[in-house]
Design a protein around this ligand. Structure first.
Ligand code: NAI
Length: 720
């Protein structure tokens, strides 16, 4: 695991090389192996200095998340961290020079190990990134990162690194003072060795006291001060005051990790490093065991990783490579999808009703690319290459040779049927036809197709060039092969797929819609609109439900309700939100943001504000519910609907439900997702809460028989 060697100059090299893994990670085994090797080198009189290196393409990727996900007991975990600290402190303090040769990515615990070396030299490998991504998974750098970084580069710059989790390149890391040197790729080990050799030679010369010299960290030297000033300086106080306020605004207090990071630095910089490390360890243990971190690791890391690796792709279908696709409709969605595909190196035939319409779709790509070039994010030649792949047209014959067609014309069944048939007339027999419909069931749309096995839903989100999720919808007759090949496309354009079965609103729109309609139901009941939308944001949603209704447009909410009612007939259950939408659209003509008037007013020269007229149409009741009550309704309505989707096999795996919610409508990651929320509460508590809400507010909250049976069997959505 750790290759140990000593050269003729007495320099030991400790080389990380985890067997059977592409990356080095810190876990119980690798840390124990490194500790043993390091102790041996420190104790060996024949060793004058140490180089820490990696045999893999990267240095160390960080802590082992599987291990962290499993941690439950505080005591043994705390003891393990303190053991690691003792080792790193020994490395720092015995006096032998230790250098880290950083050949590639050096992240999280890897960077922390490097910071415990006296010297850090990195290769100029353009792929290498340095940083502390822990905060993005609800954790903090728990191996000294919050203590050594500010002692090395100062409080303010380190807080940016620690609380934002940014990964920076070697040159920037050097400028900040995290690295001592950046050298041509391949020479970093030699550079580290040369530094150790020189430091060891200096140490060998006895000082005035007659004793050999010692290589020490800045913080172990007499008179050390935190660069840029400590906590109790005007600059320090300002940093923490502003940092606290900014954090509160950004996170609403929902994310303990950045808060604990601030505390670690605040408390740790007022004491010696050993006490600081202990403080950090306590906050770290608290985070590792928190529901927030477990939820984020499970959904943002493992759930996302599985989705991106196409974990539920049907096997035995060869991977499809895409060279040329067709885009039907060059409107907002069509232009965005075309841009994504062309950016991934795929030729796109962009067809619209008129040449002008098709050109307009391409022009949108041009403006995006020009912006990227102007900001220095893209070379002009690369931008030109992307643009040259988009071919605007009105001629269906140009679809010949396309492996996939994505339809994004107006949301109209008859129109979609017509363009499907026109397309299939020129399409290769094996090509896939996908619809980007947001509301029309795929099985119904496939009736217009001569080859329903090759017909599928690929539901993109707006803005399509930026939103990372694609909801893949299986029609009744869609073949597994079509699914597998469609997943290959989503991966090829760098997006994340979730797979769902056909249903009204599929999965994402259906559950997301419950959040919006619950907000409207609250309004109808006489709850203060400001309380409703603030509760949504404090719950962690990106926007309140009323503001969101304005964004998607209230007439769309109204239209979907009417369509559903028409389709379901007697079976349709009227919702409070329907009345609100009908009133807003039909009587008041307030359609939402697009017309400047909705639940909010959108003045041209000022910020949006709640429409004062709301009080007249939705009189505010004297007795208002508490904030927690409103939050509970807005959050649990999404979970209970998601559970129904799972019961109906619309969504097959909790991971898909959770990843889809986070990427699709900005569901708060600290809750894990709508199923993660149930898991965090525990099924028993969730069912009880929903039963209570159903009694108070209506059957939409009623947990189903299926959920009750699951509870009775003692089952869980995720392993406990
Ligand atoms: P849009 O109105 O911006 O674009 C539709 C385009 O289709 C227009 O450029 C129009 O000229 C073109 N078109 C109409 N009839 C045509 C025909 N016969 N032949 C060729 N082109 C024709 O609409 P948008 O927003 O791009 O939506 C398109 C589809 O995507 C709809 O099915 C919609 O439900 C769905 N969708 C929309 C989302 C959104 O946020 N806007 C999100 C996800 C899906």
């Amino acid at each position: 695991m750790i290759n140990y060697s000593i050269d003729s100059d007495g320099i030991a090299t400790l080389e990380w090389d985890l067997p059977g893994r592409s990356q080095n990670v810190l876990n119980d085994q690798s840390m124990a192996a490194f500790a043993e090797a390091a102790q041996k080198a420190l104790a060996d009189n024949a060793v004058s200095g140490i180089v820490v290196a990696s045999a893999k393409a990267d240095f160390i990727a960080g802590g082992d998340l599987e291990m962290l996900l499993r941690v439950t007991d505080a005591e043994p975990f705390f003891a393990g961290i303190m053991n690691w600290h003792r080792l790193l402190r020994a490395m720092e303090a015995t006096g032998k020079p230790v250098a880290a040769a950083l050949n590639g990515n050096t992240l999280g615990g890897g960077l922390e190990l490097a910071l415990a070396c006296h010297y850090r030299v990195a290769s100029d490998n353009p792929k290498a990134r340095f940083g502390f991504p822990e905060v993005t998974l609800g954790l903090l750098p728990g191996a000294g990162g919050t203590q050594r970084t500010p002692r090395l580069i100062g409080i303010q710059p380190s807080l940016l690194l620690l609380t934002e989790g940014k990964r920076i390149k070697a040159a920037e890391a050097q400028k900040l003072g995290l690295l001592h040197a950046v050298v041509p790729a391949g020479s970093e080990r030699e550079a580290a060795r040369a530094w150790v050799l020189e430091a060891a030679a200096k140490n060998a010369v006895a000082g005035r006291d007659g004793k050999p010299g010692k290589t020490l960290q800045p913080w172990d030297q007499k008179g050390f001060k935190v660069p840029g000033g400590g906590v109790m300086t005007p600059a320090g106080m300002q940093t923490f005051m502003a940092g606290n306020a900014m954090l509160r605004e950004k996170t609403q207090g929902n994310y303990p990790a950045p808060k604990h990071i601030l505390s670690c630095v605040f408390e740790g910089m007022q004491t010696d490093i050993d006490t600081g490390l202990k403080i950090e360890a306590r906050y770290f243990v608290n985070l590792v065991r928190s529901a927030e971190a477990k939820n984020m690791i499970r959904s943002l890391f493992f759930g996302m990783q599985e989705a991106n690796k196409l974990a539920n792709r049907p096997q035995d279908v060869p991977t499809q490579k895409y060279a040329k696709i067709g885009m039907l409709g060059a409107g907002m969605m069509g232009a965005g999808i075309a841009h994504s595909a062309a950016s991934a190196g795929i030729e796109v035939v962009l067809l619209d009703g008129t040449q002008e319409g098709a050109e307009k779709g391409k022009a949108w790509s041009r403006s995006l690319l020009e912006k990227n070039v102007a900001r220095g994010r893209m070379k002009p030649e690369a931008a030109a290459a992307v643009l040259s792949r988009i071919k605007p047209t009105t001629d269906y014959k140009d679809f010949a040779g396309c492996e996939l067609i994505i339809e994004a014309v107006f949301e109209d069944r008859a129109l979609k049927a017509e363009v499907t048939q026109k397309t299939e007339a020129v399409l290769a027999p094996n090509a896939i036809f996908a619809s980007n419909t947001s509301t029309l069931p795929i099985t119904g749309l496939a009736e217009a197709s001569a080859r329903p096995a090759n017909f599928i839903g690929l539901h993109f989100f707006s803005p399509a060039d930026r939103m990372p999720l694609v909801e893949i919808i299986m029609g009744k007759k869609t073949s597994p092969e079509t699914l597998a090949r469609s997943m290959d496309f989503v991966k090829a354009i760098g997006k994340t797929p979730i797979v769902v079965n056909d249903s009204r609103g599929f999965y994402t729109s259906r559950v997301f819609g419950t959040y919006v309609s619950e907000g409207m139901a609250l309004l109808q009941e006489g709850v203060l609109p400001s309380l409703i939308d603030n509760a949504g944001r404090i719950a962690g949603m990106p926007v309140g439900p009323l503001a969101l209704a304005d964004e998607v447009s209230i007439d769309l909410v109204h239209k979907i309700a009417r369509q559903t009612k028409a389709d379901l007939g007697d079976k349709y259950i009227e919702r409070a939100a329907d009345k609100v939408a009908a009133l807003m659209v039909e009587k008041l003509g307030r359609l939402g943001k697009k017309c400047g008037h909705g639940f909010y007013e959108y003045p041209e020269d000022a910020k949006k504000h709640l429409w004062p007229g709301l009080a007249e149409h939705f009189p505010v009741k004297a007795q208002q519910p508490g904030l927690e009550e409103v939050i509970e309704r807005l959050i649990l309505i999404q979970s209970v609907e998601t559970a129904r989707c799972m019961e109906e096999n619309v969504v097959l795996r909790p991971q898909d439900a959770d990843v889809g919610a986070i990427l699709g409508w900005g569901y708060p990651p600290f809750r894990g997702g709508p199923i993660g929320q149930i898991h965090t509460m525990g099924l028993r508590k969730f069912v009880a809460a929903c039963d209570r809400l159903a009694e108070q507010h209506g059957e939409r909250f009623r947990p189903s028989q299926w959920l009750n049976e699951k509870l009775a069997r003692g089952e869980h959505f995720y392993p406990v």
